[in-house]
Design a protein around this ligand. Structure first.
Ligand code: GCO
Length: 497
């Protein structure tokens, strides 16, 4: 268990008071031990890049025909309308309303008010030329308490949304769970309780039967690893626990829930494709010692193989299981047949790439690259290439979609009504180019969803970090296309850079 207690890379850790507490209690050892090789924050500087329109139209990098240029959001981060139309409470309502949990005490009560402004947002997507839109469905809008009869008004909202996407020629990609577990299920044990996975399968069945005729692509659980690491190790995400033993039992139940949803789709006879949405981190040794190589291997197990091997090979990685120990709650919680459920054949894999990880021989992490406005994010486009090619090499030619990639910038609305986020353009250009190179090298990448369509509620960071292509002026809820949005429209129109 030694590495288990010191190896954590805790995303967003250094920026959150709760995480700072975790660092003090030793749970965030990796984050605490991280050293900054370069102090520059290059991702969000104001250095002007090439003119965006010109930069996008050189025609140098063409993507495959019908490439799914898109953008992504999630329910709690944009919808607001927290108490409307029969929506129940989720763990994020509880967490964000608890003093001290989020920056400035921000909550998703109003967020980007997308629940009321979805038609305007759909028009924005059409204006950008998006071909695909990835969003998530709020479980507690569909089942206020996480079980029982569905709430028709909740289903109707998503029906209007997907119909509106089709009317505008945009393919919907729906995530079933993006962290907003109904509070009633949390009260019954949350993801520590195996029954939550069964509840998730039942919820998925409701959604498939209601929307399955209109949604061609489904994602099951968004970033199970983040629930594990941020929700149950550092505690700076809902439900705010710091319990390593519980964390990996949660990892197992989240994956079981994934598999049950895949089976529910097939059982419902719905045509759509389905797969997991995993945030993958390419892990590199921080130096060329044998110790760093070994530590990196195990780190990779916790960051990547724990969630990939299970789905694609039907087995958890042995080194991770050994590190957890046979008496761990996770290992004891695995029942006969679970891995077969988790490994139910999927149609696609959604990859979310933000940052690489560099691991020392002691199992701590160091930074090698400049960070963005999010302290945990090192800007390294090559990592995108590495993770995409690695997944294809190790798990076969499964169709891939990038469902998140982006960065936060200190965007401001200028008096002339523009938002000049040149750094976002530079970032996306470099990452698009890395993805393009992966495609040339045989990676079956079908689509790319920038995180995010809109500025939104960035979890523990509240509204402090702006990740959108579209600026949201929260007091008025006015939307303003940032310079990057105009640039992205040209990329889409040209199908490349
Ligand atoms: C995640 C989530 C998003 C975040 C984004 C930026 O990957 O953490 O899916 O909800 O907002 O990643 O941190």
């Amino acid at each position: 268990m030694s590495l288990l207690t010191r190896r954590r890379l805790l995303r967003r850790a250094a920026l959150s008071a709760t995480a700072a507490r975790a660092v003090r209690t030793g749970l965030a050892g990796a984050a605490a031990a991280g050293t900054v090789a370069s102090a520059a924050v290059a991702g969000c500087d104001d250095t002007p890049g090439p003119a965006p329109e010109g930069g996008a139209s050189s025609g140098a990098l063409r993507f495959p025909p019908d490439f799914g240029w898109g953008a992504a959001t999630s329910a709690y981060q944009i919808e607001g309308a927290a108490k409307e139309d029969g929506r129940g409470e989720s763990v994020w309502d509880t967490f964000s309303r608890t003093p001290g949990r989020t920056r400035n005490g921000d909550t998703g009560d109003v967020a980007a008010d997308h629940y009321h402004r979805y038609a305007e947002d759909l028009d924005l997507m059409r204006d950008l030329g998006l071909r695909s839109y990835r969003f998530s469905i709020s479980w507690s809008r569909i089942q206020a308490d996480g079980s029982g009869r569905p709430n028709q008004r909740g289903l109707d909202f998503y029906r209007r949304l997907v119909d509106g996407l089709h009317e505008r020629g945009i393919a919907p990609m729906a995530t079933l769970f993006h962290w907003d577990l109904p509070q009633a299920l949390q009260d019954a044990g949350g993801w520590e309780n195996r029954d939550t996975a069964e509840r998730f399968g039942a919820y998925a069945d409701i959604v498939f039967r209601a929307l399955g005729d209109r949604v061609p692509a489904w994602l099951t659980i968004n970033e199970p690893k983040t629930v594990v690491q941020n929700g149950y190790l550092s505690g700076h995400h809902a439900p705010g626990r710091q319990d390593p033993a519980a964390a990996y039992l949660v990892a197992h139940h989240l994956q079981l829930a994934h598999g049950l949803a895949v089976r529910a789709l097939r059982a419902a006879g719905v045509e759509g494709r389905i797969g997991p949405a995993l945030n993958l981190h390419p892990c590199y040794p921080a130096d060329d010692t044998a110790e760093a190589a070994a530590a990196t291997r195990l780190y990779d197990g916790y960051e990547n193989r724990l969630y990939l091997d299970s789905v694609f090979t039907g087995a958890y990685p042995q080194d991770v299981l050994a590190d957890l120990g046979a008496d761990s709650r996770m290992v004891r919680g695995i029942r006969d047949g679970d891995l077969a459920v988790i490994a139910s054949p999927v149609d696609l894999l959604a990859v979310q790439y933000y940052t690489p990880i560099y691991v020392t021989g002691q199992g701590t992490t160091v930074r090698k690259w400049p960070t963005s406005g999010a302290e945990w994010q090192q800007i390294y486009p090559e990592g995108m290439y590495d993770i995409l090619t690695r997944v294809t090499r190790d798990y076969g030619p499964i169709p891939l979609t990038i469902t998140e990639n982006g960065l936060p910038c200190p965007d401001t609305l200028a008096p002339d009504g523009t938002v000049d986020d040149t750094a976002r353009i530079d970032f996306l250009r470099d990452h698009f180019a890395a993805a393009h190179r992966a495609i040339l090298d045989g990676v079956p990448l079908e689509s790319y969803h920038v995180w995010s369509l809109l500025d939104n509620f960035e979890w523990a960071e509240g509204y402090d970090q702006r990740w959108g292509l579209v600026y949201v002026d929260y007091p008025t809820q006015r939307r303003v296309l940032k310079r990057s949005a105009h640039w992205y429209r040209t990329v889409i129109r040209n199908n490349g850079l």
